[in-house]
Design a protein around this ligand. Structure first.
Ligand SMILES: [Mg+2]
Length: 263
């Protein structure tokens, strides 16, 4: 089997409209072929779960930039000993608790003199405005557990990032927001989940699809990597030697890359 690890925004979802319909047929082909499709995203579990159901998926998901791996119950035949069972998922918690991240971001902002605005300071309407998501989806996006998205309102982001690192935390940058995390990233989560697949299934190859700099690490973990065209493609290509650039942006390009892997 093949295991596909894919970013969402700007990759499987259109960057502006969040549409994924052009990829519908390719998603079906992954499923009917007995392969796995792993969503690997900065989104919260609440938001991903709604998409996962709409897409008719049955495989694990990686949420909040690798903060957690969430598996359908007994996906690998038994409940994983390290997992917490909640909300109908087996959750492998890899990140630091949200209140701690919010505190650390405030401290880093104070130390560096950079003004930030995090999700914890925004109401649902503001999250909707900043993401372009409908209010109901923004409500789900707002439910963070292991990653605080934020924007820099004033000052040098490099100073803030250095302060974050100095406090023992890490940061990453997606298409719209910076994120503060601790002890986790998409690459570590992909490595852990790929190892579980190799232990329990017969994996011929892993495939990665992404469009942003925060995807570089996890794309390097996969056997075959695809870059979806974005403003960051040139820089991302330098970080992912051997990766191929998909022939179109977003879900249409995603579908073509997947068809090539399945051919
Ligand atoms: Mg993206």
């Amino acid at each position: 089997m093949l295991v596909f690890f894919t970013d969402l925004d700007g990759t499987l979802l259109d960057h502006d409209t969040y549409d994924w319909q052009p990829a519908r047929h390719a998603i079906r082909r992954i499923q009917t072929g007995g392969h796995a499709l792993i969503l690997c995203t900065s989104k919260s579990l609440a938001e991903v779960a709604a998409l996962w159901r709409a897409m008719g998926l049955a495989d694990p998901v990686i949420v909040e930039n690798g903060g957690a791996i969430c598996l359908p119950p007994r996906y690998f035949g038994e409940t994983l000993p390290a997992a917490v069972v909640r909300g109908g998922w087996e959750v492998l918690e890899l990140g630091a608790p949200y209140p701690e991240l919010v505190r650390a971001l405030g401290e880093a902002a104070g130390v560096s003199g950079v003004a930030v605005r995090g999700f914890s300071q925004m109401d649902t309407a503001e999250v909707a405005l900043r993401t372009g998501l409908p209010l109901e989806t923004a409500r789900l996006a707002h439910q963070r557990e292991f990653d605080e998205p934020f924007v820099v309102e004033e000052g040098d982001p490099a100073l803030l990032c250095a302060a974050i690192e100095h406090l023992g935390y890490s940061w990453t940058r997606g298409g719209r927001f910076f994120h503060i995390l601790r002890g986790c990233d998409k690459a570590k989560a992909v490595r852990r989940l790929a190892a579980l697949f190799r232990d329990h299934r017969s994996v011929a190859r892993t495939v990665g699809l992404g469009d942003g700099l925060n995807d570089a690490g996890f794309l390097r973990e996969t056997g075959s990597a695809w870059l979806l065209p974005s403003r960051q493609t040139e820089e991302l290509a330098r970080l992912t030697p051997g990766a191929r650039v998909a022939p179109a942006k977003g879900p249409a390009g995603w579908a073509q890359a997947v068809e090539r892997e399945l051919a």
